[in-house]
Design a protein around this ligand. Structure first.
Ligand code: SF4
Ligand code: SF4
Ligand code: SF4
Length: 298
């Protein structure tokens, strides 16, 4: 029987994550409406449940993570995006900017890409993003043959911003505050069209360039949040490097091209700024060399 202190220590990470997301939910919900409280506290609750299950049954880590990612994908994309018409995609921030309003796109961007990366890097991409969920389910694990080109990722961001200016100027801004039914329909069609584009590019190009092609090469959210990866409180950390048998499984399963073996050999945390904290490397390691942690590597 564990003491209160031991129990708290064991579950401190899920409690911390749940508390942070609930606080964010209360703040944003009080400013922007109940759906934002539901969004952030719901993410915190699902991650809390997942972490508690995984502490008891670590062998189900990947199954639990995927199940939660799919549930959140259905709720966020089906509910908030298609039903409420909230577009969380990057270009919506610039449509909103031109229309002089603030919507879920900017809120999601600031919290998920500018604040949460200090806590857990790009974990949003392995837990919450619905495009990421599709890539997880449909994308076979493919060797990475095309590596990220930083200039291409920034060019894509410039292109997206240019498109929003052109569409708003020449056609209609889907974020126009004078919404009528036609504009809501336009926004929904934009959301559907853009997600089809992302998923198609991501799936097709993965066969050419390797797993999570869109995420590694183009996604503007990744380009921004990866800037803060080095400050992340939690990272994949070797905890018993000396027991590594150099089997190579961790490197093989990583969808983002991390050289985990090299980091383990150097007793260093995973230093790939594209790491999405999916923990596939953790699950694949029979020697239990790796974990998510804020502690120093050993
Ligand atoms: S990199 Fe972009 S598309 Fe991929 S999971 Fe993250 S947010 Fe989603
Ligand atoms: S899977 Fe584990 S044992 Fe195998 S190379 Fe990676 S860290 Fe070492
Ligand atoms: S290093 Fe591990 S946690 Fe990070 S992306 Fe690769 S497999 Fe996932």
């Amino acid at each position: 029987m564990l003491s209160f202190k031991q129990t708290y220590k064991k579950y401190s990470a899920p409690i911390l994550i749940f508390s942070i997301f609930t606080i964010i939910g209360i703040i944003v919900g009080s400013l922007r409406g109940i759906q934002y409280f539901a969004l952030f506290s719901g993410i915190g609750l699902t991650e809390f449940i997942a972490r508690v299950i995984v502490i008891a049954r670590p062998q189900y880590l990947q199954a639990v993570r995927r199940a939660i990612q799919i549930v959140l994908a259905v709720l966020l994309f089906g509910g908030l995006s298609l039903y409420f018409g909230v577009n969380f995609q990057f270009e919506q921030i610039f449509f909103d900017f031109q229309a002089g309003i603030v919507t879920g796109a900017l809120i999601q961007f600031v919290i998920a890409r500018l604040i949460i990366p200090f806590l857990c890097g790009n974990a949003f991409c392995s837990r919450v993003c619905w495009d990421g969920a599709v890539f997880e389910v449909l994308n076979p694990q493919k060797p990475i043959t095309i590596k990220r080109k930083e200039w291409l990722a920034w060019l894509y961001i410039a292109l997206l911003i240019g498109i929003t200016v052109l569409v708003s100027w020449q056609f209609t801004n889907p974020a126009d505050p004078n919404f009528d039914n036609a504009n809501i329909l336009l926004r929904r069609n934009w959301i559907i069209g853009q997600n089809i584009f992302i998923i198609s590019i991501g799936l097709i190009m993965s066969y050419v360039g390797g797993s999570r092609f869109y995420c590694r090469m183009l996604c503007p959210f990744m380009t921004i949040s990866s800037l803060f990866y080095k400050f992340s409180f939690q990272k994949i950390t070797p905890v018993k490097s000396d027991e590594c048998i150099k089997c190579g499984k961790c490197n093989k399963v990583c969808p983002m091209g991390s050289d985990i073996m090299k980091n383990v050999a150097e007793k260093h945390k995973v230093d790939n700024k594209l790491c999405i904290l999916c923990e596939r490397c953790v699950s694949s390691c029979l020697k239990k060399v790796l974990t998510i942690s804020h502690k120093a590597p050993k």
